[in-house]
Write a protein that binds this ligand. Structure first.
Ligand SMILES: [Zn+2]
Length: 219
């Protein structure tokens, strides 16, 4: 079977919550599909794909930080920062803090996450490959000026340093950290800045360690 990528949200919208029910020919009357003996109802197949996807996501997120790949750790960091946005957007604001476009988000974090502009969740090749991640140029650039800290379930993510912008030359970079309470890891991305064009974080993500340097000053 040839495979294409389908966004999770799209697949979910096609799924019928009702159960399959089979007539004496083995056809699914619940969804109106005639099936060969060895064939599953397409609705059943779609539900299995989604279940596999969610299982995989859940497993990935309960791994200790020290065992995560770089991509998983960065993904977790940005997810925590998005969680802070979620908490902020789910909180009823006092009148004087509301912008004209302010609207409170009512829904679960999973719903917020799935609809977030930064996350395009894909089920690739029927869930056999890794879904697309938060470790993207868009996400790095989003948090260069955005939320600086997120906490959830004993995890903490921080934008440790976002350097660059007007009057700071052509350097443009950012370091994020993520901690599970035991381990803390740091990741960096470099890019460039031009006053006529703005800042870009289009380099590769790499792991770094904080190091203190002794500096001599003369006064
Ligand atoms: Zn069915």
């Amino acid at each position: 079977m040839r495979k294409i990528k389908i966004p999770v949200e799209l697949l979910k919208s096609f799924i019928d919550p009702g159960d399959c029910w089979f007539d004496h020919d083995g056809d699914c009357q619940g969804h109106g599909f005639s099936l060969r003996v060895d064939e599953l109802c397409p609705q059943q197949q779609a539900k299995q794909i989604l279940a596999k996807y969610y299982e995989k996501e859940a497993k990935k997120m309960t791994k200790p930080l020290s065992e995560m790949s770089m991509t998983e750790a960065v993904e977790k960091a940005f997810e925590l920062l998005v969680y802070a946005e979620y908490v902020d957007k789910s909180t009823e604001k006092p009148e004087y803090l509301k912008y004209s476009w302010y609207s409170k988000f009512d829904g679960t974090f999973e719903e917020f996450l799935e609809n977030h502009e930064l996350k395009t969740t894909h089920i690739e090749d029927y869930g056999d490959d890794e879904p697309s991640t938060f470790d993207s140029q868009t996400a790095w650039e989003h948090f260069h000026y955005g939320t600086k800290e997120g906490n959830h379930d004993g995890w903490t993510a921080k934008v440790e340093k976002s350097y660059g912008g007007e009057g700071q030359g052509d350097q443009y970079w950012m370091v994020v950290s993520v901690s599970d309470g035991t381990t803390t890891r740091y990741f960096r991305r470099d890019g460039w800045y031009a006053s006529y064009d703005g800042g870009y974080l289009d380099g590769d993500t790499y792991e770094v360690r904080p190091a203190e340097r002794l500096v001599t000053v003369y006064e």
